[in-house]
Ligand binder design. Sequence first.
Ligand code: TXA
Ligand code: MG
Length: 346
Amino acid sequence: METKLLPADDAGIALACTLLRRGELVGIPTETVYGLAANALDPEAAARIYAAKGRPSDNPLIVHIAELSALDQLAAERPPLADKLAAAFWPGPLTMIFKKSENVPDATTGGLNTVAVRMPAHPAALRLIRESGLPLAAPSANLSGRPSPTRAAHVLHDMDGRIPLILDGGDCTVGVESTVISVGENGVRLLRPGGITVEALSRHCRVTVDDGVLHQLKEGQKALSPGMKYKHYAPAARVILLDGDEAAFAAYVNAHAGDGVFAMAGQKEAAALRVPALPFGDEGEEAAQAQRLFDCLRECDEQGARTVYVRLPRREGVGLAVLNRLLRAAAFQVVPLKEGSDEAER
Ligand code: TXA
Ligand code: MG
């Protein structure tokens, strides 16, 4: 199959609508990461998503809507808190999980009796949902296990020959996927940290961070968000997370410099490094780190990196999402560094 790459303009959106109504797949921009979209109410279209991604069929998809009223046909019930959060954060990178209505096929929800829904903030995504008249199921548009795509070129890299169309809507501004929560009467449970931060949610309700966010699930422990149990976001290179200050980080990385050794670092950190640094963000620049994260992980492969060192990000704000993704890319291995460069050098 030939894969077209078109700008997300009038002509691109018109072709995308035609394809989506026919049950085909389209790579679409959102503010978080690019999505691989299909008609969420068509089980065959949903099945095509799993095939194109090579995704395990028990890992459910997120359904994207453009008006709050579209929730009525998807969710069997919703707590009043959900409406409050929708008013505060939609359109935006917040996904809420509801008991599903019978309109939503099992193929879309990976067999679960719940459905995940969000209203994306990218104008092209909203236009596409409105003009196609369809709720769009869309996981991140990467091959299963690969870093999520934050540029149209990333989608083309993974999906060339597998889907008929990719719409280019520019680089994603958030860069990590949406925050996934389940909503109770008085509070929410955070299943995947993302663009909407714990701090922001906490201004509206009680927030419980699920164990799986920062810890590897133990044998037999059930993942509330099935996607969290799979190996994720990993480049071919070994990602090594270092926990220490800037000086200790530089000393450790420089002591391990060599062929195929890279770092992901902000401008300030990179200045002290004797290995090639992929432009990330410095400490305190969590939004920049999030925006750059997946492009860096993909760049590791492009540049043939064998090892890539990254300093453990702070947990504040969207830093929690960056940390969650990096822990998975690094298979939860973190090397603690003693503060001060001479200790780490030995
Ligand atoms: O920002 C995003 O959310 C992007 C863009 C394209 O919107 N989409 C995305 O989809 O990240 P995906 O499929 O890569 O991740 C969806 C996550 C998975 O971890 C999945 O397990 C979880 O949401 N999820 C989906 N439906 C669920 C449900 N009914 N219950 C629990 N978790 C669910
Ligand atoms: Mg994904």
